[in-house]
Design a protein around this ligand. Sequence first.
Ligand code: PMP
Length: 436
Amino acid sequence: MEHLTTSQIAEIDQQHIWHPYSSLTNPIPAYHVESASGVRLKLADGRELIDGMSSWWSAIHGYNHPTLNLALKDQVDVMSHVMFGGIIHEPAAQLCKTLVNITPEGLEKVFLSDSGSVSVEVALKMAIQYWYSKGVKNKGQQRKSRILSLRKGYHGDTFGAMSVCDPVTGMHHLFNDTLPKQLFSESPRCGFHDEWDESYIADLKGLLEKHSHELAAVILEPILQGTGGMHFYSPSYLKRVRELCDEYDVLLIADEIATGFGRTGKLFGCEWADITPDILCLGKAMTGGYMTLAATLCTTKISDGICNGEAGVFMHGPTFMGNPLACSVANASIDLLLSSNWQMRILDIEQQLKSGLAPAMAFDNVADVRCLGAVGVIETKQPVDVAKIQKQFVAEGIWVRPFGSRVYIMPPYIISKDDLDTLMRGILKVVEHYSA
Ligand code: PMP
């Protein structure tokens, strides 16, 4: 196949290609990236950008990493893909064993799938089928089949996942006729370090009290509500949700697709509260950002409940389930992470983010600055124009993609002190002088 020129690529892009969360009639520019290495994205025009996004939380070891490259190259010569129905292979066995070992105690069973959103669909189906299988109906003969989620939560873009996303940012009104009607509690009002006050959980508790008979599960993102607002909340909140779920006999689904694999300073966000959810979703950083792969883990209580029930089987089976290439690179990525001094690395990044971003607090257009682990957030008073501000970031040689009023970074863990300084200096310079 002949190579395309830069202008041909731009033309095809403009005429035919839909980008995430975008309009085709009023598109925002897409930057042509030719290659990526370490923490740098190389544009077709020769400019290099320091990456602040880890390709949406995933590229934790940076790009073009020799160990991850080798894992894929080795695996491709053995077997790129084989169906998972009735077949097992070493890369999947290794990965599932590792996931059971490193995730909170009690999560024993692993369902592999191809993206974060699908792993959430799987989690919701597991929770609903668990109660169905137990034959539990409430007084009105309804099953326990609704989900309680948090406002400002984000869990993906497929229908089930969308039904548990914040109704406003998830634009539920567009899909009102189709989406299952879930319940929403107010988002946690407490910050990460706030002293615990039982009033923080009152709304959620009230909903559990009133609706537990029809609720299959509570779903939340532990410690950090990501795409719905980049808000860190107290581990005590998480602990209390676990206790209340037990008290009201409702399952707990932890969506660690963004927080998993060290991002908040613990390997998994649940560890901050020392809890085990009934069901856990993983994705994004699991393959170091190399391939799309996700996992839904559950306890034996859940798998037994499902499999001893009426259907006897769990009805889900994606074509690319357990893809050997994706599992191999996930094995290599998790190995790389666990064999590094990642806790120190994340702590160092957190310290540097805290001091580096702090000056933004004094800017007139900034409402808040907050950091946890390898995540730094500047919240502006007004939403920013993504196309406009992104152009300014690119001119500073940095790759940052804000949403709404959140200008945030979660760089690859391998970022050097100097590169992180340059990244933050660029952000401060742009944000300080930004006006819509
Ligand atoms: N849950 C959370 C917490 C996420 O951050 C995301 C992705 N931003 C998803 C689910 C959906 O994952 P994916 O984009 O891989 O479908």
